[in-house]
Write a protein that binds this ligand. Structure first.
Ligand code: CDP
Length: 204
C-alpha cells in the first residue's frame, strides 16, 4: 500500500534531516527532490541546456559528489523557475511517491503540485537567520568557506526566487501542518514531525 508524506519548506529549514528521520521511523523510502534540481543545475554549470539536462536526468546523477555546494544550490533555483524543467521531473517524483511501502518526499511543491493527494503534509519553516546559521555550519563542516552574511544573503535570494516564480511557487498547501523549527532541537523537530505523520496514519 502507498502512503505519501510531503515535506515542503524554504532553504535549510530542516526538511532533509526531518524527512530522513521520518522515513527511517516508518520504514518509508525517501526522496530529496532538491537533488533533482541541483543535478540539473550542476549540468547547466558544466554548459548543458537546462531543459535538455532535465529530460536526460538519470537516478545515478543524484549521487554526484558536488551537489551540496552553495553555487549549485543557486543554479538549481534558477533552473527551477523554468516550467519545462519542472515538467520533465514530475513523473519520476510521482511514481516515487506512489511506490508500495510508503514514501517521504521533501521539496518546495510536493504538497501543492506533485502530490496534492499526499496522506500527510508538513510545511517546515524557521527564521532566515536561523536557517542561514545552520547552512553556514553545514558548509563549513564540508570545507566550503563562506561568511555567515554571504550565506544569509544567498538563502534570502533563493527564498525570494522560489516564492516569486510563476510555476509551482514555494507555498504551504492549505492542508499542510506548519512546523516552525527555529526554537526546536533536531530531536524535538523530528519528534513533532513523527507525531504529525502518525496521527495521519492512524492505528497500525
Ligand atoms: O537544501 P535546501 O533546502 O537549501 O535546497 P534544496 O531542497 O536542495 O533545493 C535547491 C533548489 O531547488 C531550491 O532553492 C528550489 O529552487 C529548487 N527546488 C524546487 O524548485 N522544487 C523542489 N521540489 C525542490 C527544490
Amino acid at each position: 500500500m502507498s502512503f505519501t508524506v510531503a515535506i515542503d519548506g524554504p532553504a535549510a529549514a530542516g526538511k532533509g534531516t526531518i524527512s530522513k528521520a521520518v522515513a527511517a521511523h516508518f520504514g518509508f523510502a525517501h526522496l530529496d527532490t532538491g537533488l533533482l534540481y541541483r543535478a540539473v543545475g550542476a549540468r547547466v554549470r558544466d554548459g548543458a541546456e537546462p531543459i535538455a539536462a532535465a529530460k536526460a536526468l538519470r537516478a545515478e546523477d543524484l549521487e554526484a559528489g558536488d551537489l551540496r555546494t552553495q553555487a549549485v544550490a543557486d543554479q538549481a533555483s534558477r533552473v527551477a523557475v523554468i516550467p519545462e524543467v519542472r515538467a520533465a521531473l514530475v513523473d519520476f517524483q510521482r511514481s516515487f511517491a506512489r511506490r508500495a511501502g510508503g514514501a517521504v518526499l521533501d521539496g518546495r511543491d510536493i504538497g501543492t503540485v506533485i502530490c496534492p493527494e499526499a496522506e500527510a503534509k508538513l510545511f517546515v519553516t524557521a527564521s532566515a537567520e536561523c536557517r542561514a546559521e545552520r547552512r553556514h555550519r553545514e558548509l563549513t563542516e564540508r570545507g566550503e568557506i563562506q561568511s555567515y552574511d554571504d550565506v544569509l544573503a544567498a538563502v534570502r535570494d533563493r527564498d525570494q526566487r522560489d516564492r516569486d516564480r510563476a510555476t509551482a511557487p514555494l507555498l504551504p498547501a492549505s492542508d499542510a501542518v506548519q512546523l516552525d523549527t527555529s526554537d526546536l532541537s533536531i530531536d524535538e523537530a523530528v519528534a513533532r514531525a513523527i507525531e504529525i505523520v502518525a496521527r495521519r496514519r492512524g492505528p497500525e
